[in-house]
Design a protein around this ligand. Sequence first.
Ligand code: AHR
Length: 329
Amino acid sequence: MNRWTNATAGVLALGAMVCVSLGVLGGGRQPGGAGQSGRKLVVGFAQIGAESAWRTANTESIKSEAARRGIELRFSDAQQKQENQIRALRTFIAQGVDVIAFAPVVETGWEPVLREVKQAGIPVILTDRTVDVSDDSLFVTFIGADFVEEGRRAARWLAKATGGKALIAELQGTPGAAPAIDRKKGFEEALREHPEMRIVKSQSGDFTRAKGKEVMEAFLKSPEGRQITAVYAHNDDMALGAIQALDEAGRNPGKDVLIVSIDGVRGAFEAMIAGKLNCTVECNPLIGPLLFDTVEAVAAGKTVPRRIVTPEAVFEQAQAAEAIKARKY
Ligand code: AHR
């Protein structure tokens, strides 16, 4: 079990000093997008898909940073399917890329293909989401948020806003995905301190707005769903879909049903300004610069932290109008 989101497993702040020695890799490449031979660095990136505004911003950050540095990016969109990501990794091996990076759609099922990548001598960098593997040497580092902490932050905010009393509908992310598992875990952990806060409905909305709306519509037809006083959505897109469903059902999102979600995308800030969403816990998708700093370090045989956690904030309605001016996604 290799869960780097587990605090005891050594979660490190950005730039922390615990490093893993990488040794010199294949082409002995240099920072700055070029190897010693002057050849461009070639990086394979297997993205999950385009399921949310967060993901779109993440893709844009990665593509633009690669272009800015003159790194050749082989980009693959898996359309939310693990088999497509596995196929992309095998293609990257066949192409002999210098480094492979990917955001795994789910946590499990990666060991065989990652062993093939290791055998090919290609270093792997995980971004955004982690994998559950028994062999730590199958990837070099994991760059991304602390999803458990995000779940705790959402629950703490809700406890404060409701005085510790709420009947909650939870919209989970993609089943088996690290953020769905960890955001649920962190939220439930913080809820244990508030016995009068209960999750009465919980289902996956697959991180999409359409599914978030559909699931909320179904919730609102059930006896427990009709009593909800709060919604916890594992991402903003599902929260925005749920808000639409609540509006259409004649409920009052943001007022008699409090909404807290995760990501901090522009649409969430707009919904806060409109008074329909109450809080968004930030999850930063703009990791392109950090990713390619790490790619260049790895390709140059330098040591990098085993875990790189992106720093993030929590935003409430009262801050939204000011904060939106500085939002980049
Ligand atoms: O893995 C990060 C999550 O994936 C984001 O919260 C969500 O919007 C995305 O689809």
